[in-house]
Write a protein that binds this ligand. Sequence first.
Ligand code: SF4
Length: 408
Amino acid sequence: MLNELRRNPALLKLDLYCQGLRINESCLVEEDGGRKILRTRAGLGSGLELILPGNLWTNVPVSEPFAARSPYTLHREDGRYLLRWNRLNVATVELSPRPDWYDRSTATGKPMTRIGTLQGTYLGIYQAKVCEYWTAAEKTNCKFCSVGLNLGIDDADDKSIDEVMEVVRAARAESGITYVDFNTGHYEGDTYLDILEPFIVRIKEELGLLVGVQTPPHRDLKRYDHLREIGVNRVSFCFEIFDRNLFEEICPGKHAEYGLDHYLEAVRYCAALTSKGPRGEPWVTNGEIIAGLEPPESSIRAIDWITSVGAVPTVCVFRPLVGTDLQHLEPPQTEDMVPVFRRLYEACMERGLPIGVAPNIHVSLVMLPEECRWLSPLRYPFQTLKLKAMGAVFRRGFESRLARRAAA
Ligand code: SF4
């Protein structure tokens, strides 16, 4: 196992999600320029942001009880951070850098990290008030979710366009972000897209960055044609669980409001918009699931379905966050997760999906499909070459567009 962990950064990233990490008292983290452990992580995770070998960015559980039993420990020696497994050195790792803007406030006096935070190398913004599944007279929140526990602690619930633009500009200038991701919960009347569109238009017009939205599936699917027209680059639908009974049990609000079928229809509809948008604006549709909340075979069925309609799966590893309805559960076993993430890579490659082509996007909260190549014995030489060429063309176009905008 030790040799495997030393050789295979994807296995290490996955195993750390499943087992967590204990931080030795020799570690300074924030004093060494690392990021503070924030509770807000779109309801899925808290943790320590690290960079593993292979330039794999991750967010390692450290606050949950299971992490206190982890075989992994983090040590600081001679200014370097060492990851140990059962007291044996596994790898030298880096703290994900904390930018200067993390310690500043907006012109209106709000800490910038209450407007948005880096998740890996992109800027994540939980844009509006708390998801209404949490505030209904009878709560119907998703049982793994911590959003209703966090808002008002780590996140500001009222963010103006100017405040958001100030933070996006700082993150672009000082952290080199290329992508901004907006995330909302459910609001009565499906107002989430109305709320987000003015923010998207400003970012596109003034900075030209890649922008994505993760919201419930709007009941009027034509709204996604409009998002495509205004240059949105990614839409993501988190149905979390493919097994219908478990979906109903774990996501009662989503089940009652939209139902699994509408989530799937939104994924299918949006994936078909790929060829329709403005030139030079890529478009990716994600179907997001949480592995570890249903049997691995069911997660694999979800991956096969999502890729079959031309969408890219986003697969999180279940983390039983403190304070949530599922805090008493254990995280999944690594060996059960390996086949799921192996399938994630293989299914994307078999379907020729555009993975790993956007510039400078490292995601700490999930295993990216392209990172999972280390978990598969299969190689796809033609598709790999094609993705490299796509990435190079896209990067050049994107950079020259940003340069033109900066010069204007
Ligand atoms: S929809 Fe579910 S996961 Fe998303 S914020 Fe609401 S309760 Fe949390």
